[in-house]
Design a protein around this ligand. Sequence first.
Ligand SMILES: [Zn+2]
Length: 120
Amino acid sequence: MDAEERPGISKNTLDAVSERARLEQELAHAQEELALINQKLEEKGDFGLGEGASTVYEWEMNLALRQAAEAKIESIKAALARLDQGTYGICEVCGQAIDPARLEILPHTTLCVGCAQASR
Ligand SMILES: [Zn+2]
């Protein structure tokens, strides 16, 4: 079914321009997210010890979120760098083209489906 809808799409056909636009958009979004989390973490200072355990919980959750946002930003930047080098969309392990559908969901992945499953 999929093959019929997209005839002639070769595994290596990636529109670098639109991929870049998509990644840059995602990067901007992730940076906004990070700024928001940082804001929350800064505000927390004024709360002092008010809410006890739940404040600590929220603080830790925001720390975890910040870590995740930072990791996301790094991986998107890495994806953009690979786009520059022409290695974007190529599996790091086996060197095969990564399924474009997979890249759409996970733009910063460096592994094809097979290798990702094997590395688990
Ligand atoms: Zn692979």
